[in-house]
Design a protein around this ligand. Structure first.
Ligand code: EPZ
Length: 426
């Protein structure tokens, strides 16, 4: 299995291009199931998860045509998705277990076909992550749902009907599933306490381009007037805010200076506030987002993960690596997932001083981290170890590199171009 070797201690300087957002691309791809015409998606990141979603859609009957073919580590770029008819309404366990976002085919398949059978995704490394809220919301639109043999079996014999869905807690995937389903339901649906993540706005805009009638985009109340049919469209995936935040931390943690191109500060305001309080300079220039920590030490800052526009859970691990080398102490509280501190013991093996108490971690900054062999169990935890390795003295070997390939396109190449010493070894 591949590993990533990093020889740390080199300040990064230069430009890093930010790709399309994985977490916007996956629901957008699922939305292609809602129409028999072609949905052309551009700016898709080249990632393993994009390929996994493409394989699932192919299984359901979608013709997937990537302009630039399929690459060793995934698929992306411009992709045409055409589902003349949904020939298979079952999303099998083998595909769903690989990637939880597969559950996003449930809403659109049910809305178009009146039936969908999707394997229950099960828990994962960061938490139990049930899909009960997706299912309750679909029931509000008239779906009949049974759970049997590890599968969700959903029926709406006479089609879905508009309804009022009130999410008891904010769920990104739940909001996406119900928004897609409501687009083809009969009548008006109101989604209250909807997630406001930028990826939801991106999905809503794509659905609007396909003919959906949605109001309230960007707010926590979405009103959808169902239509009989959606049509083809072309949509460019919004920039990846988590990739943006990750490379911003790379600049800060190495005491370097990076310009992140093709992205926008609007997407990561909460992270910029933390960076600024920590002593990092963030400015929007004509070319992109400029991040620099050319002078001065970093200061510890407290942060708590929250639904958007709060601080994203998907950046918690990266900021913990940064706080590990910042002066003073900081408290990092995780409120979204119950088990998202797996990077802590690995960071401690690199010399970090972190103690976890329930949902909070106290990070006491140390002078320097030291390289070590490390391993992580999810995407963001893995990249936090890469960031720690970039700052550490000596050599860090990151194992289980496949996690990184799910969410970071050409990671080594982008970092190497800015002066990092990082390579993939077999
Ligand atoms: C999305 O996951 C992202 N994935 C995650 O990114 C991200 O961490 C998460 O949103 C939160 O921002 C994609 O967009 C593909 P949720 P999702 O439903 O939709 C609980 C990454 O690293 N919940 O908003 O699965 C759930 O257990 C990934 O790129 C229920 O209890 O997240 C969690 O505690 C990891 N019942 C909370 O809600 C439900 O039916 C928020 O989950 C649904 C969710």
């Amino acid at each position: 299995m591949d590993q990533i070797r990093i020889r740390g201690g080199k300040p990064l300087t230069g430009d890093i291009p930010i790709g399309g957002a994985k977490n916007a691309a996956l629901p957008l791809m699922a939305a292609s199931l809602l129409t028999d015409e072609t949905l052309r998606l551009t700016n898709l990141p080249y990632l393993a998860d994009i390929l996994t979603m493409a394989n699932l859609l192919t299984e359901l009957g979608t013709d997937v045509k990537p302009d630039n073919g399929i690459h060793e580590r995934g698929m992306g770029g411009t992709v045409d998705l055409t589902t003349k008819s949904i020939s298979e309404t079952t999303a099998p366990y083998d595909l769903v277990r690989k990637m939880r976002a597969s559950v996003l085919v449930l809403g659109p398949t049910l809305a178009r076909e009146g039936h969908a059978r999707v394997s229950l995704p099960g828990g994962c490394a960061i938490g139990t992550r049930p899909v009960d809220l997706h299912l309750k919301a679909l029931q509000q639109l008239g779906a009949e749902i049974e759970l049997a043999e590890g599968y969700v079996d959903a029926h709406a014999k006479n089609g879905l009907k508009g309804g009022h869905v009130v999410f008891p807690m904010v769920t990104v995937g739940g909001t996406e599933n119900i928004l897609m389903a409501a687009a083809l339901a009969d009548g008006e649906s109101v989604i209250s306490n909807a997630a406001r993540e930028p990826e939801i706005g991106d999905l809503a805009r794509c659905l609007q381009a396909m003919g959906a009638k949605i109001e309230g985009v960007g707010t926590d109340t979405l009103t959808v007037q169902g239509v009989k049919k959606l049509h083809g469209a072309e949509h460019s995936v919004l920039p990846d805010r988590i990739e943006t935040g990750t490379y911003a931390v790379a600049a800060a943690i190495t005491g370097g200076e990076l310009t992140l191109t093709g992205t926008s500060s609007n997407l990561i305001q909460s992270a910029i506030e933390v960076l600024t309080s920590a002593g990092v300079e963030v400015t929007e220039t004509g070319r992109g987002l400029h991040i620099s920590r050319a002078n001065g030490a970093l200061r510890g800052v407290d942060l708590m993960t929250e639904p958007y526009p709060g601080f994203p859970t998907d950046m918690q691990a990266q900021f913990m690596a940064l706080m590990a080398v910042s002066g003073g102490a900081s408290m990092i509280t995780e409120t979204i997932f119950e088990n998202r501190f797996m990077h802590v013991p690995e960071l401690c093996r690199m010399g970090a001083d972190i103690n976890v108490h329930g949902a909070s971690a106290i990070v006491r900054g140390v002078e320097a981290l030291s390289g070590a062999p490390v391993m992580a169990t999810d995407l963001r935890a893995s990249v936090s170890l890469v960031l720690a390795g970039l700052a550490a003295k000596g050599e860090t070997m990151v194992n289980r590199v496949y996690h990184l390939d799910r969410g970071y396109e050409r990671l080594e190449e982008k970092l190497n171009a800015c002066g990092a010493d990082i390579e993939r070894v077999a």
